[in-house]
Design a protein around this ligand. Structure first.
Ligand SMILES: [Zn+2]
Length: 81
């Protein structure tokens, strides 16, 4: 049993193959992408009323950092992070 821990996600893999390390790398890569997608889902809601009926605009800068602007269709309040 091998264990991959990446950004708080733990995956147990039961395998008995020579390319296990390669498989673990693939899993870690996808787990990271999944964590990023889940983080985006959390970002895409209104900070005022919690509605998910929002328009999200991201302005990307250096080093993969970005500013996020949210306009809520429910309460009409826009916010920035
Ligand atoms: Zn709102």
């Amino acid at each position: 049993m091998e264990r991959v821990n990446n950004q708080g996600i733990t995956i147990d893999v039961s395998a008995n193959t020579s390319d296990l390390e390669e498989k673990l790398r693939v899993i870690a890569k996808h787990a990271t992408a999944l964590a990023d997608d889940l983080k985006k889902l959390d970002e895409e809601k209104c900070l005022e009323c919690g509605s998910k009926e929002v328009e999200v605009t991201r302005a990307y800068g250096d080093n993969d950092r970005y500013e996020i602007a949210i306009t809520c269709f429910n309460c009409g309040i826009g916010s920035h992070e």
